[in-house]
Design a protein around this ligand. Structure first.
Ligand code: SF4
Ligand code: SF4
Length: 245
């Protein structure tokens, strides 16, 4: 698990070192895209974001979405605890109009979705089969077949201002450039093993909840999968909702 860092020092370090501008310059290498906006990809799950992208989104939320703090905190907490036992969990930034509420700061994973050719696209299965076996053997928690078998299909409805698909190696190179920004915050080995590339709700819970609450994830999952209730989860949601940005 990624060690929490003191958020305000991380934001300060990012500002002093121009890291948000560096991130934006990398994003600028991608073409503008449009799509049909069906939100299938956003409902599939919360995409992974590098730590610098999390900080960028955090700052945007803090400065522009004051009226949405509590809702995002609630959705992120639910997602963090229930992503493996509740197939209805979607990205916390998908709003009631089926649109992205943080579009201008969405992470690289979202920006690049649909830019690969179908041939280059690797089915986005979440390798849940072995995880499902582990959860069943160790905790008696059943991860539903719906989740285990879920796959994010290639989307052919993305139109790019560049008019063509982008090679996989180019996208991988840009993602690698973003990862090097995370070296400012974490050991290089950890970053290179994708230890800082996590779903937004995981980053958020590292910030807003203590280790004790995060460690009770199994208990929350078990309560939900055995009884369909959220008693323990609700205590953590209340705690998260009281977080001050
Ligand atoms: S990229 Fe494709 S799946 Fe995602 S919202 Fe657009 S049309 Fe839907
Ligand atoms: S951040 Fe925005 S674009 Fe990305 S999955 Fe969430 S709602 Fe969709």
């Amino acid at each position: 698990m990624l060690q929490p860092v003191e958020l305000y020092s991380a934001l300060g370090l990012a500002d002093r070192n121009n890291l948000f501008n560096q991130l934006q310059s990398i994003y600028n290498n991608l073409p503008e895209t449009t799509c049909e906006g069906c939100a299938t990809c956003c409902k599939w799950g919360s995409p992974p974001a590098f730590f610098i992208e999390y900080l960028n989104m955090y700052k945007y939320l803090r400065d522009n979405m004051k009226d949405k703090y509590k809702e995002i905190l609630e959705k992120s907490t639910e997602y963090f605890y229930l992503e493996l036992v509740d197939a209805s969990q979607a990205c916390p930034f998908l709003n009631e109009e089926n649109k992205c509420s943080v579009y201008s700061v969405r992470p690289f994973t979202c920006r690049s979705f649909g830019l690969l050719s179908q041939q280059d696209f690797e089915i986005g299965d979440r390798s849940l089969r072995s995880l499902a076996e582990k959860y069943w053997e160790e905790y008696n928690i059943k991860i539903s077949d719906e989740l285990v078998n879920s796959e994010l299909a290639w989307c052919g409805k993305v139109a790019s201002s560049q008019g063509a698909h982008i090679e996989k190696s180019i996208l991988a190179g840009l993602a690698a450039q973003i990862s090097t920004i995370d070296y400012k915050f974490f050991p290089q080995d950890l970053v290179d093993q994708e230890g800082t590339l996590l779903p937004y709700p995981t980053h958020m819970m590292n910030t807003v909840l203590g280790a004790g609450a995060r460690a009770r994830k199994i208990k929350v999952m078990k309560e939900f999968s055995d009884q369909g209730t959220k008693e323990l989860l609700n205590t953590f949601i209340e705690k998260a909702r009281s977080y001050q940005f």
